[in-house]
Ligand binder design. Structure first.
Ligand SMILES: [Zn+2]
Length: 55
């Protein structure tokens, strides 16, 4: 279970999935989009992989 606190209306949303492939989350209450803190770019994962290889 994950949760998001909307920075606009301060309401909290809950979900069983963190939507890590979505950069923006639409607030259920005020319909505004905010940055998903659980978002993971595939390029970041690739960068971490390259780093571990060189060390
Ligand atoms: Zn909101």
């Amino acid at each position: 279970m994950v949760s998001w606190l909307c920075p606009y209306c301060k309401n909290r949303m809950f979900s069983s999935w963190d939507f890590r492939e979505k950069r923006l989350i639409d607030c259920l209450y005020c319909q505004l989009a905010f940055i998903n803190p659980y978002y993971r770019k595939s390029s970041d994962l690739q960068l971490a992989k390259d780093k571990s290889k060189s060390t």
